[in-house]
Design a protein. Sequence first.
Length: 94
Amino acid sequence: MIAVNVRYYNMLRLHTGMESERVELPEGTEVADAIRMLAERHGAAFAGMLLSSTGEPASHLVVFVNQQLVVAGGPAPPLADGDEVKLFPAISGG
């Protein structure tokens, strides 16, 4: 098992009721799998903010791992013990 620190921003913070949490994951877990696990952990409304209708990470979700942007559908190494994952919902407005 590995432990990663997950930080929530904007509406994600409001839905979880927390700024961050430490999450234990199986070794070799990829970012998309971690996002699905977090969606399941925090309920349907939160899952709707993280996942598309196909169960993949939503295109409007911005993810950083150790301050490196993770591009949706792009290559990303598995998470490692001690990694920091930051989750931002994209914000639009005018």
